[in-house]
Structure formats: C-alpha cells, structure tokens
Design a protein around this ligand. Sequence first.
Ligand SMILES: [Zn+2]
Length: 250
Amino acid sequence: MRVVAVPNLKDNYAYLVIEGARAAVVDPGEAAPIEQALAREGVTLGAIWLTHHHADHVGGVAALVAKRPGIEVVAHAHDRERAPHVTNAVEHEATVELDGLRATIIYNPGHTLGAISYWISGSDGAVFTGDTMFGAGCGRLFEGTAAAMHASLSRLASLPETTRVYFGHEYTASNLRFAAAVEPNNPAIAARASALREPSTPSTVADERATNPFVRVGEPAVIAAARARGASDDPVSVLAAIRAWKDSFK
Ligand SMILES: [Zn+2]
C-alpha cells in the first residue's frame, strides 16, 4: 500500500490509497487534482471512499463517476441519500476491499451523524479520519454530541500507536497553538509544534495520544483547564468545554 496526499480546495486533503495499478480515493473535494494525481502516479481509480457528506469532501465525486460509470462509492448508511452517487452504504465494522487493499469501517459520529473512518490494519497501518480526528484537534460538533465525539476519538486513539493518521484538513499549526493553551507544560506539544512542516499529514496515533487535547480529556492538566471553564471531571464534560473554547479561540 502507498498513500499519496492530494491537497485540494483551500486546505482539504484527499488521498490516493494505491495498491498495484489501482487506487481508492478518499474524500475528493474536487476532481481535477485527483485526475492529475492519478495520471502522475500512473494508476487507475477503482473506488471512492467518503468519510462524510460535507461538500468539501464530496465535491469531486460527480465528475469522477461521470468518467467511470458504476464505480464503487462508499459512505455510511446515514449518508446514503445525502452523499452523491453512493453505491455501498456501510455500517460500523464493515470491510471494503479493492484488489489487495482491505479497510475496516470505524463509525465515528460527532462531527456529523454519518462520519466514518477507514482503517487499514497491519505493520504499515493507516486510518483516514476525515473531519473527526485532525492533527492535534477534532472536527466541530455540527450534528453529534460531545459524548459521541468522545467515544469516536477514544476508538480512534485505541488503534495501534504506529498507525498513521491521515486527516481531512491542514489545521495542525493552529490546533497546536490551541493545544499549547490547554496544556502549556506539555513538552510533546512544544516539540511537535517546533518540528511541524506542511503538509503535516500523516501523524500517528502516538502523536495524537501525546498532543491532542480532545484525545487527552482524561489527563489532569486538560481536566484542570476544562474545570476553569466550568467543566466537571467527567471526560465528556471536559471535551465539551475544550471544544467550546476552541470554537472561539484565535
Ligand atoms: Zn466536514
């Protein structure tokens, strides 16, 4: 397996997941950069894997499908109608396959009610998280609850720590500024910020466990920061307070 990040729109990442001469594309926000990447890599498109229905993640689907009638388009069952051209509506723990590639669906509501990640296990494991887990952050709670996002991030953070995390937006620098405000004395956050290069994708599960405040809602320093903003010690309350703080953080 080989993964190629394809920047598109303002700060979105789509990904080509390549096995042999074919690729799946994750979250094509627009078609032209995907077509260019396919040509550059010398591979053909065999499947479209969507993490959720937002326009900046699915905007390229119609044009890609128009050139490849019948191509598999995967989304969560909740997004069967609201994502375009879905042919395979999946649930938690379903698997999708393309040639030698096999991804397990992780249902992770919170950003939206149809949000899923695609996890490819193994020694070079990878997870494609859309707008659920970002580098040092998480998506806004547009449809789901803080409890749902907590459960979703916990599930992702429990994957093997070497798993590479391929997220949906280049937000890592500003997320790390916020993480440092939450935990000013966490040396891993300072180290990650000073080593940061863009593109910052992928990170690893270990990176997120060490620096992502939304994953670290059980850590004393994060709890203390949340308590100062009215939260209780409960991890869901901590996540809700940190998320509300981030929503207005400059
Ligand atoms: Zn989104």
